[in-house]
Design a binder for this molecule. Structure first.
Ligand code: MLT
Length: 411
């Protein structure tokens, strides 16, 4: 008799976003006239930049000509894309990242989950709380945790609370942890980390032989020039950190799919016999076995992000969403609702009014003003009493949603 991976039975309910979609669909079926505005999942709404579309169309034409046709591409991604990323996103910022250390993929969500393939079963793991649920759920699936308690905290994980009480910063754990997930600008709180804060983590990781899994998917939304865009802006990070980045949020590739992971060649972890093993080689082995790369057409589209026109166009997109975030912040603040984030990030982290729980606020907003957000408790126990509003939507929808919410909740 076939058996299952019992770890899946430990997972709490559905994955957060499908669970929200399920509730929204149930409501929409029962209320077909309701004009629902979705500011829940961080999915972009604005069209792909013209530079990317033009490059993709050209790439389609390349596929129609035997001379330029492409079959399987390199599993690690085409060198012309990796070189642009290395030069523009890293070397221009003083980070020593070489094109050979970059792996193109179809998403940071996939990579942050898949990376666990190359790590041992007995690593101790730290996540912030609240946290992007993928980091937690993939560790549960891999059998790295015990069961969850009522608040949704899994036994065996070290949670690092990030709340208004500590100004949404992360504090070093008291005990030693082997793998540390950090995401800045943060999903879901929209908080950022200074160079000093990241240095604290890099120093900790180097002292303890830990690896930092740094999710920089939202780095393009940083407006404060003093804030680091990459963990590799911190000395020593090449010896202790893997970085994940994405074209989803800066260039609108959520449906198109293209991302990247940096595994420095200087990064090692221990084998069971105590020897140091090169993680770059392991990830390369993993990817070349389980992944066939991102399509040529999409990689050409991603490459166009680095053209002069592409840079100007993505800047326009980012500013557009940041302006949405500002509208959300300003309107809610004026209505007496406490908000955080949304300045260097596309997410606004809202303290639920009147002491409501996160899901109570979610249900009430959905049912009364037909606006969808994401309950903070879905991101972890410390997210209870908070609610995430995504700035990824049209201006019209953001303005209308804020009008509806502030009319109802004006304090
Ligand atoms: C989110 O809403 O948190 C993001 O869209 C999730 C993701 O990028 O996978």
């Amino acid at each position: 008799m076939a058996t299952i991976n019992d770890n899946y039975l430990k997972l709490k309910a559905g994955y957060l976003f499908p669970e929200i979609a399920r509730r929204v669909n149930t409501f929409a079926e029962a209320n077909p006239d309701a004009q629902i505005i979705k500011l829940g999942i961080g999915d972009v709404t604005e069209p792909l930049p013209e530079a990317c579309r033009t490059a993709m169309v050209k790439a389609v034409e390349d596929m129609g000509d035997r001379a330029t046709f492409k079959g399987y591409g390199p599993e690690q991604g085409y060198l012309w894309l990796r070189e642009k990323i290395a030069a523009h996103d890293y070397q221009a910022r003083g980070c020593q990242v070489d094109a050979s250390e970059i792996f193109i993929s179809d998403g940071s969500k996939c990579d942050t989950g898949n990376i666990l393939d190359i790590f041992g079963k007995n690593n101790t793991i730290a996540v912030t709380d609240p946290v992007y649920p993928v980091y937690v759920d993939t560790n549960v699936m891999a059998g790295h945790t015990g069961p969850a308690n009522e608040a949704g905290e899994y036994a065996g994980l070290t949670y690092l609370p990030m709340t208004a009480d500590n100004d949404f910063t992360t504090e070093l754990p008291n005990q030693k942890v082997d793998l540390i997930y950090l995401c800045f600008p943060n999903n879901p709180t929209g908080a950022t980390a200074t160079k000093g804060e990241l240095k604290k983590w890099v120093d900790y990781a180097r002292e303890n032989g830990s690896i930092i899994l740094f999710d920089a998917a939202y780095e393009a939304f940083i407006t404060d020039p003093t804030l680091p865009h990459s963990i590799y802006e911190i000395d020593g990070a090449r010896d202790c950190a893997i970085e994940f980045r994405s074209f989803s949020k800066n260039a609108g590739f959520t449906g198109t799919r293209c991302a990247l992971t940096v595994v420095p060649k200087t990064l090692t972890a221990k084998a069971a016999d105590g020897s140091d093993v090169d993680l770059h080689k392991l990830w390369s082995r993993r990817q070349s076995t389980k992944f066939n790369g991102v399509s040529y057409i999409i990689q050409r589209g991603a490459e166009a992000v680095y053209s002069e026109a592409g840079q100007a166009q993505i800047k326009g997109l980012i500013n557009f969403y940041l302006e949405n975030a500002k509208i959300i912040r300003d309107k809610l603040t004026a209505a007496g609702i406490k908000v955080y984030g949304g300045v260097n990030a596309p997410y606004v982290w809202v303290k639920t009014p009147k002491g409501m729980s996160s899901w109570e606020f979610f249900d009430q907003l959905l049912q009364t003003v037909h606006v969808v957000g994401t309950p903070g408790s879905g991101f972890g126990a410390a997210g209870e009493g908070y609610f995430r509003i995504s700035a990824f939507n049209s201006r019209e929808n953001v303005e209308e949603a804020m009008k509806r919410i502030t009319e109802k909740y004006k304090l």
